[in-house]
Design a protein around this ligand. Structure first.
Ligand code: SF4
Length: 236
C-alpha cells in the first residue's frame, strides 16, 4: 500500500489520542492543497509494516485515522487496515474528499467506520473552481450515505480561501450540508499546489470566527473554527 507517513495526534479524533496514517496519492488537484508531496508519493509499505506501527502505538492511542491524499484510492488496503484496527479494539476514522460514494457505502456496510471527516470544498455546484473536477454531486451523495448511518459521527470541513470562496459561498455551502460538526479551516499559503495562492493573505482568526458566526444559524450541529493561532474553537 502507498503510505507517505504517520504521526501521533491529540486533535485528529476529538477527545482521543490517535495514530494518523497518511495514504499517498489523490486524483484531485485542489488549488490550496498543502499535501503536495503526498499527491505523487510512491513509497510503499506492506500490511505487516503498517500493522506493526499500529501495534507499537496501540498502548497509548484510542483510534487510528486513515488520512491522505485520498485514502479511498486504496480501498482494499483500507478494508484490511480498518478490519485489523477494529479487531484490536481501537476506533476508526476516515478523512476523505468524498468523491467515491460507492467505496464509502462499502465501508459503511462492513461497519468499519466510527468517524468520518468529509471535506466539502465548495458549494456542490462550484466544485470545479476549487478542485479542478466537477465532483460535487459525488460528495453530496457520500454525505447523505454517512448521515444515514447513525453509528457514524460526521464532521464536515471547509478550508476557506478568500480568493476562491466568497462569504456567500460558505453560507450557501453550509445551508446545503448536514452532519454532527462543521469546521471552518484557515487556509495556509505555504507549499500550496497553485503558486498564485502563495500571494493570498491567510484569513485572520478574527475574520474566520466572524464567518463561522455568520453561518452557524443554518447548521444544526456544532460549528468550529480551526486556526494556526488558536487551534480548534467552538462557536457558541
Ligand atoms: S487537498 Fe485536494 S488535492 Fe490535496 S490531498 Fe486533499 S483532496 Fe487531494
Amino acid at each position: 500500500m502507498y503510505v507517505g507517513g504517520t504521526l501521533i495526534s491529540s486533535v485528529e479524533f476529538h477527545g482521543n489520542m490517535s495514530l494518523v496514517i497518511f495514504m499517498s496519492q489523490c486524483p484531485l488537484a485542489c488549488r490550496y492543497c498543502h499535501n503536495v508531496e503526498l499527491l505523487e508519493d510512491k513509497t510503499q509499505k506492506s500490511f505487516e509494516e503498517v500493522k506493526s506501527e499500529i501495534d507499537n502505538a496501540a498502548d497509548f492511542i484510542d483510534a487510528v485515522v486513515l488520512s491522505g491524499g485520498e485514502p479511498l484510492m486504496q480501498l482494499d488496503a483500507l478494508i484490511e487496515l480498518f478490519t485489523y484496527i477494529k479487531s484490536i479494539g481501537l476506533k476508526t476514522k476516515l478523512d476523505t474528499s468524498g468523491i467515491y460514494p460507492d467505496k464509502i457505502e462499502k465501508l459503511l456496510e462492513m461497519g468499519l467506520l466510527d468517524f468520518v471527516s468529509l471535506d466539502v470544498k465548495a458549494p456542490f455546484e462550484k466544485y470545479r473552481k476549487v478542485t479542478g473536477a466537477n465532483v460535487g454531486a459525488n460528495v453530496k451523495k457520500s454525505m447523505k450515505l454517512i448521515n444515514n448511518d447513525s453509528n457514524v459521527h460526521l464532521e464536515i470541513r471547509t478550508t476557506y480561501v478568500p480568493t476562491l470562496h466568497t462569504k456567500k459561498d460558505i453560507f450557501n455551502l453550509v445551508n446545503d450540508i448536514e452532519g454532527d460538526i462543521y469546521t471552518l479551516q484557515q487556509f495556509r499559503n505555504k507549499n500550496v499546489l497553485d503558486p498564485a495562492l502563495e500571494k493570498v493573505d491567510v484569513p485572520n482568526p478574527h475574520d474566520l470566527r466572524k464567518l463561522a458566526e455568520y453561518v452557524k444559524p443554518v447548521f444544526e450541529g456544532v460549528v468550529k473554527v480551526k486556526t494556526a493561532e488558536f487551534g480548534e474553537q467552538i462557536i457558541e
